[in-house]
Design a protein around this ligand. Sequence first.
Ligand SMILES: *Cc1c(COP(=O)(O)O)cnc(C)c1O
Length: 488
Amino acid sequence: MPANDHNAEETLDPQDWGKAAALAHRMIDDAITHVSNVRDRPVWKPMPDSVRAFFKAPLPQAQGDVTEAYEALTENLFPYSMGNIHPRFWGWYMGSSNFTGALADFLAAIEGSNLGGGNTAASELDRQVVSWLKSMTDFPASASETLTSGGSMANLVCLTVARNVKAGIDVRAEGVMTLPKPLRFYASDQAHSCIQKGLEILGLGAKSLHLIASKPDFTMDVAVLEAAIAADKAKGLEPVCVVATAGTTNTGAIDDIKTIAEICGRNKLWMHVDGCIGALLKIAPANKFKVDGIELADSLSLDPHKWLHAPFEVGCALVKDAKQHRDSFALHPAYLEEKQRGIGSGEFLADYSLELSRNLKALKVWLSLKENGVEKFGRLIDQNIAQAKYLTGLVNVEPRLELMAPTSINIVCFRYVFAGADEMQLKTVNSEIMLRLQEQGIAAPSDTTINGRHCIRAAITNHRTKQEDLTLLVEEVLRLGGELTSKS
Ligand SMILES: *Cc1c(COP(=O)(O)O)cnc(C)c1O
C-alpha cells in the first residue's frame, strides 16, 4: 500500500451528496415531463448529424461533470428515441413501458443485488413475481421458472430443456455429436425466428426445425404436422418437440393448442408454447378462451415487456417439470458451492438459466402489479384487442384499403390498394406510406410480407393508444396513398 493518507483513496461516491440529490430530483422532474407530454411529440424523428457526431466523442480520460453530461443527453438522446412509449407506436411487437416500472428499475439498481443466487429479499421477490406469472398463465405452482432478458432467451432456455430431456443420451456430457439420430423440432412457418436461432445455438442446425405449413388463418395445419412427424420417423429421424405459437408475430394467429397437445401426447413429444405475445391473454376476461390449453405445455415462454408493459427488458421461461429444468442448467464449481447458511445459502436462481449474474428485473413487474392489479392489465389487453377490431372495421369499409390477414387478436395487417397496380407497385407505395408515417412523426406501424404479399402492420400493444389514434392512422394512410398515386 502506498504511504498515502487515507483521504487519497478514491471512491465513486459523489463528493457532494447535496449536488447529487439536486441532479437526481431534476432527472425525475424531466422524466415526468418526458412521459406526461409524450402525446404532444412526434412519434419519432430522424437524428441530425450533430447527434451522431456527439456519440463519436472519444473515451473520457479525466474527471468530467455529470450534470453537463446529463444535459447533453437531454439534447442528444431523449429526443431521438424509438417512440415505443408513444400512443401511436404500433411497430414490430413491443410494450409501451410505464412510469412506475421505470422507477422500479432505478430502485432495483440502487438495491443492487445479483440475482444469480443469494439469501436475499431480492431473490424472494423474484420468486414471488414468477409465481404470479405462473398463476396468471394457469401453470402449476410446482413448475420451475426463470426470468430472462426477453422472449428469445426464454425460448432458448425451454428448447434446451426439451433437447436434453428428449435426446436419449446425456447431451450435457456427450454433446450433440453423439446423438444416435438427428433430432427434429416442429413449428409453423409463422413461428418466430428466435426458434431457429435457438436450435442453431443448441448445435442442432437450422435443418432440425421442420416448418409446418400454416392454414389460411395462419395457424399451424395440424394434419400436415401429423404427417410430417410420421414421415420423419420413417426416414430415421427423431421427432422430439413441437413449438406451438400462441400469437404469431406476423398476424397474431394462435395455433390449435389443444390438438397439438394431443398430438404431442400420442407421439411422446415435448410441447413448447411460444407465448411471447399470447400467453398473457390468460388474464384478459374477454379473450382468455383463445389460449385455452397453453397450461398443457411442457414449457412456456412469455414476455412481460410486451403486454405487461414492463420497461425493457424482461422475459420468462416456465418449465412444468422443475427437475428436468434444473438438470439442464445446474452446475456448482468450487467458487459457487451451495451453503447451508449465510449469503450464499438457498437454491441458486442460476440453476435454471444460462445466465449467472442477473439484475432485479422482477421489481418493475412487482411494483406495477401492486399499483394496478392484474385485472387492469387484463382489461388493457382486451382494450387493445377491441381497438384492433375497430381498426379492422375501418379497413373493411374503405375500398382503398385491403385487409391482408384475419385479425385474430391485436395485430392488423392491411394495405393501400389502387387500380391497375401489381404486387411490386403495391409494395413500393405501401413501404413509402409506412416510411413517411414514421418520418413525419405521425404514427409508427411496421410492415411485413405474408404469402408473398407486402402489407402495413399495426401491432397494438399500447396502453396509451386511443380509438381516435387509429382513425388518424387510416386518414393518414389514405392521404399519403392518394398523394403517392395521383398523377399530378
Ligand atoms: C417478440 C417475440 C419473441 C422474441 O422475444 P424478445 O423479447 O424480442 O426476445 C419470440 N416469439 C414471439 C412470438 C414474439 O412475438
